[in-house]
Design a protein around this ligand. Structure first.
Ligand SMILES: NC(=O)c1ccc[n+]([C@@H]2O[C@H](COP(=O)([O-])OP(=O)(O)OC[C@H]3O[C@@H](n4cnc5c(N)ncnc54)[C@H](OP(=O)(O)O)[C@@H]3O)[C@@H](O)[C@H]2O)c1
Length: 349
């Protein structure tokens, strides 16, 4: 059994972590923090957890966190990097669901997040936590930066193409048209997130620039081993009036080699042994509700023109896009079976 701390227990990814970890056979959740609700029983705030835990929220106390084997930060960016060094020095593993340990390029981090990184040395030794692509490094990591939700759909959607022996796509042609449910913005109150602003409405946001753009570019460079070729990538996120779920539609131009390849088989073989990536039959339509509450990501391919490919990639933003992926990382870091606690099936209808 390992003991776990969650910083940011009142937020959507925090409570999703708790939902998953309370069913995990090798974990005891010891600490769950909140700056505003210390002393309150978790089940008073989240009635779904009544009868499943007696935990109370507590203040963020580093001495308590140091007694854990692993601490998840389900907090806004800038929080984990304040505590990571002390925790690492005490032998505690850290998994950050925010962006403090995602971008290795400090200049990009400071530009997009408006903060100076507080522990660049820890960042340097941290590992980007996308298990399907980085499994071996995650196993020995002390600090893991859990990927952003949109970047997860894009990387898993493109990886088989980018890691092929021959150039199958034209990297400068990639367009990502992505949609997220409203829980992607977290639980904190803000005018743009209230019911009347979102129900019966559909809009793009961050069109001029979104923080996940540099993360996607850096990650695709790492996956492909090519630098400077993804800068033209277009990424437009949208907000849709649903609670959970994310769909990325990715458009790419194929090279002659790509146009003549059996891409469906390429994807099926590439993900054949991945428990959380499902390649659907060609011309399927993956739906967000098919992954609601589960750690799965579903992919389908379309080839509408001989040299064009459309990749559809869906996930639950709070599970494979955040808390589920973080638990998958924890399982790897502690040498548990990777799927432990993550075998829930999507909730449909
Ligand atoms: N929502 C998603 O789909 C999603 C997906 C991928 C990644 N993420 C990332 O995961 C992180 C958490 O997202 P979320 O959606 O769960 O956010 P959220 O619902 O707004 O929750 C944020 C949590 O952090 C705590 N918190 C806020 N400021 C803090 C501070 N300065 N120090 C300590 N605790 C603080 C809040 O608790 P108190 O106010 O009670 O202290 C709350 O529990 C974010 O970085 C987000 O970008 C979210």
């Amino acid at each position: 059994m390992i003991s776990v701390g969650i910083v940011g227990g009142t937020g959507y990814t925090g409570v999703e972590l708790l939902r998953l970890l309370l069913r995990h056979p090798q974990v005891t959740v010891r600490v769950l923090t909140s700056r505003t609700e210390a002393g309150k029983r978790v089940s008073e705030m989240f009635p779904s957890l009544r009868g499943h835990t007696d935990l109370e929220f507590s203040d963020l106390n580093e001495d308590l966190l140091k007694q854990c084997d692993v601490v998840f930060f389900a907090t806004p960016h800038g929080v984990a990097m304040k505590h990571a060094k002390v925790l690492v020095e005490s032998g505690v593993k850290v998994i950050d669901l925010a962006a403090d340990f995602r971008l290795q390029n400090l200049e990009q981090f400071e530009k997009w997040y408006g903060l100076q990184h507080e522990c660049p040395d820890v960042l340097k030794s941290s590992v980007y936590g996308l298990p399907e692509l980085n499994r071996e490094k995650i196993k020995t990591a002390q600090v893991v930066g859990n990927p952003g939700c949109y970047p997860t759909t894009v990387q898993l959607g493109l990886a088989p193409l980018l890691q092929a022996d021959v150039a199958l796509i034209k990297p400068s042609s990639i367009i990502v048209d992505a949609k997220s449910g409203v829980s992607g913005a977290g639980r904190k109150a803000s005018l743009g997130m209230i019911y009347t602003e979102n129900a019966d409405n559909f809009k793009a946001y961050g069109v001029a620039g979104h923080r996940h753009h540099p993360e996607i570019v850096e990650a695709l460079e790492n996956i492909s081993g090519q630098t400077g070729v993804f800068d033209q990538l277009l990424f437009v996120p949208h907000l849709v009036p649903m609670i959970r779920g994310m769909l990325s539609t990715i458009y790419v131009d194929l090279t002659d080699e790509g146009a003549n390849s059996d891409l469906q088989s390429l994807y099926e073989v590439y993900y054949a042994h991945e428990r959380f990536v499902d390649v659907m039959p060609a011309n399927s339509s993956p739906e967000t509700r098919s992954v609601r509450g589960s750690n799965e990501l579903r992919i389908a391919l379309y080839k509408p023109q001989p040299n064009k490919l459309i990749i559809l990639s869906v996930q639950d933003n709070l599970v494979k896009g955040a808390a589920g992926q973080a638990v998958q990382n924890m399982n790897l870091m502690f040498n548990f079976d990777e799927a432990t606690g993550l075998d829930g099936i999507g909730l449909l209808p």
